[in-house]
Design a protein around this ligand. Structure first.
Ligand SMILES: [Zn+2]
Length: 154
């Protein structure tokens, strides 16, 4: 969800970035003319505003803005004093290394780990995997899982 403040003074659409405006109360400036609007959002819905608050200082800039009646005129993120920079930083738990898995959640074999080439230097067997020959230890583990009844279709 991305809400906007359409400035009626200068016909600029100011885009509010969703996650930080989901539950938020404060003042946002118009990127073009600098008019300050007060908004109060609760669970992503505009509860109050946008009400113009001329002369007051904004708490935050919009993420970006454009002028739909004026071609491609826009303010990308990070224009000094108009829009704020786009810091798309993932949360720390998403900054680790990818898991290397040999079995799916249904215990079917997967090719999600580094494997030796199976069809020569430039070969590719995208849809064919002789798992028994190329990865005998995975094949054995798979047979063991079938025996234990851990392999599911759903
Ligand atoms: Zn404006």
């Amino acid at each position: 969800m991305c809400d906007i403040i359409w400035c009626k003074k200068c016909n600029t659409v100011n885009y509010l970035d969703p996650y930080c405006f989901w539950n938020w109360e404060g003042k946002v400036n118009c990127a073009e003319c600098g008019e300050v609007y007060y908004i109060h959002m609760i669970q992503g819905h505009m509860y109050k505003g946008p009400e113009p608050r001329p002369g007051e200082k904004p708490d935050i800039h919009p993420l970006y803005a454009d002028k739909p009646y004026d071609g491609y005129t826009n303010y990308p993120p990070g224009v000094e004093g108009k829009t704020r920079p786009y810091n798309c930083t993932p949360r720390h738990i998403y900054l680790g290394r990818a898991d290397q898995r040999k079995f799916s959640i249904r215990n079917r074999p997967m090719r999600a780990w580094p494997q030796p080439p199976s069809a020569g230097i430039a070969g590719s067997q995208g849809f064919y995997w002789d798992i028994k020959k190329l990865s005998p230890e995975v094949w054995e583990e798979y047979m063991e899982k079938i025996k234990k009844g851990e392999v599911r279709d759903w």
